[in-house]
Design a protein around this ligand. Structure first.
Ligand code: ATP
Ligand code: MN
Ligand code: MN
Length: 386
């Protein structure tokens, strides 16, 4: 990180894209406890309450350990820590835990719902639906979805061809089945060296069907996490003029190729093919994306672990907005959008930056330029862990 940039960030801003949020912070214990309450609210669909805990968590990487003596003076200057949250912080300082968190941890409903949502495709809503059917464990889900652990046949080519024509229900059902069958592999985190190896293999395959492409590994890896749950790669082309044309349609073509080569074994979802989002009216981005299952080539001496791999394809003009968007964190992204809207009258998401009043599009040539356009101090990726 550039020290000059860090000193310009303030820990009292309402927007986490104006604050430095390192991966590990001095108040990790407090944050862990608050995070459980946040998760419980999320699982119960209490969006607003969930967000107020998320905000409290994101301001807590306060530069030093929160103690009795600095609580009133310093902490009450922080945004989002209202009376209720402050009393929880106080309770944590006194007892080392928060009563509400202890209650959540022993709740069997919480345990079931949070186990269910570890499966890609199962959100809080689906988790509660499954719980109401009487299901309690992941083994229950295996029986319900008729999935055999470790085995998951898929007509992957047919899935690729059907992209853009499937119903949301069909997509979700397929994702759940794949994620459930391969859950023992997916629960193993991916070390940085393997993330890098996956990127190398992916890019050398890509070079064989389209020359001149480039990539950046984004997601938690780019924020400095030592272990990732999946691998997220943004792909673009080096040529500013001809690149956009080469990126269009590349997603399907490339995933087909990776599948032929035995590297992509399953496709959960291909998106960005039928959304009419030219006016950028949607919340979500309109980039071509492939959410896949990937396995590194081996020498046969040992079984390779199935990994979740997300590929995002961006024209050169929106490469850096895609990189910023997909680097996350989710909270950092959320506040970037909010800041752009409230403070600058801009619309920002992974697929671009535009000015609201005349819809003028901007095409940043570097990551720093994305921040400059939004009037923000550059925040190093490793300080975006809000
Ligand atoms: P890990 O993968 O290790 O759990 P992560 O931060 O990489 O951590 P992901 O779920 O892979 O988590 O998401 C990476 C980032 O990509 C998120 O922070 C989010 O901003 C963005 N993102 C995820 N899904 C989408 C989507 N469908 N559209 C736009 N952006 C997304
Ligand atoms: Mn990720
Ligand atoms: Mn991902």
């Amino acid at each position: 990180p550039q020290p000059a940039d860090i000193s310009l960030l303030t820990h009292t801003s309402r927007y986490c894209c104006c604050r430095a949020s390192p991966l590990v912070c001095p108040n990790q214990g407090l944050i862990k406890q608050l995070d459980k309450i946040k998760e419980a609210r999320n699982l119960e669909g209490e969006e607003r309450s969930m967000l107020s805990y998320a905000r409290a968590i994101s301001v807590s990487p306060f530069p030093h350990v929160i103690t009795h003596s600095n609580l009133k003076r310093e902490i009450s200057k922080l945004p989002y820590l209202g009376e209720k949250l402050l009393s929880m912080v106080e309770e944590f300082i006194k007892t080392g835990q928060i009563n509400e968190t202890q209650g959540i941890l022993t709740s069997s409903r919480f345990q079931a719902l949070s186990a269910f949502t570890t499966i890609h495709g199962i959100g809080p809503h689906t988790a509660r639906k499954l719980y109401n059917l009487g299901l309690r464990t992941l083994e229950d889900l295996e029986r319900y979805y008729e999935v055999e652990p470790g085995r998951c046949g898929q007509e992957t080519l047919a899935v690729i061809e059907a992209a853009g024509r499937e119903s949301d229900e069909a997509i979700v059902e397929r994702s759940i089945k794949v994620a459930l069958a391969l859950r023992h592999d997916f629960s193993q985190t991916i070390p940085r060296a393997e993330v890098e190896e996956m990127n190398r293999v992916v890019m050398s395959e890509l070079e064989q069907i389209e020359q001149g492409c480039k990539s950046i590994v984004v997601g938690g890896y780019r924020r400095g996490k030592p272990q990732s749950n999946d691998v997220d790669i943004v792909i673009s082309h080096r040529n500013w003029e001809s690149g956009a044309g080469k990126i269009k349609g590349l997603c399907k073509r490339f995933v087909r190729r990776l599948h032929e080569r035995g590297l992509v074994t399953h496709v959960m979802h291909l998106s960005g093919f039928h959304e009419h989002n030219a006016l950028r009216t949607h919340h979500w981005d309109s980039l071509e994306k492939a959410l896949t299952v990937f396995v590194l080539p081996g020498d046969g001496s040992q079984r390779r672990v199935y990994r979740r791999l997300d590929l995002i394809f961006a024209a050169p003009q929106v490469f850096w907005t895609a990189v910023v968007g997909w680097t996350g964190s989710t909270m950092f992204q959320r506040d970037l959008r909010l800041y752009a809207k409230q403070q600058k009258g801009f619309k920002f998401d992974s697929s671009g930056i535009s000015r609201r009043h005349d819809s003028k599009l901007f095409f940043p040539k570097t990551e720093r330029e994305v921040f400059e356009l939004l009037g923000l101090v550059y925040v190093h990726p490793t300080l975006r862990n809000a």
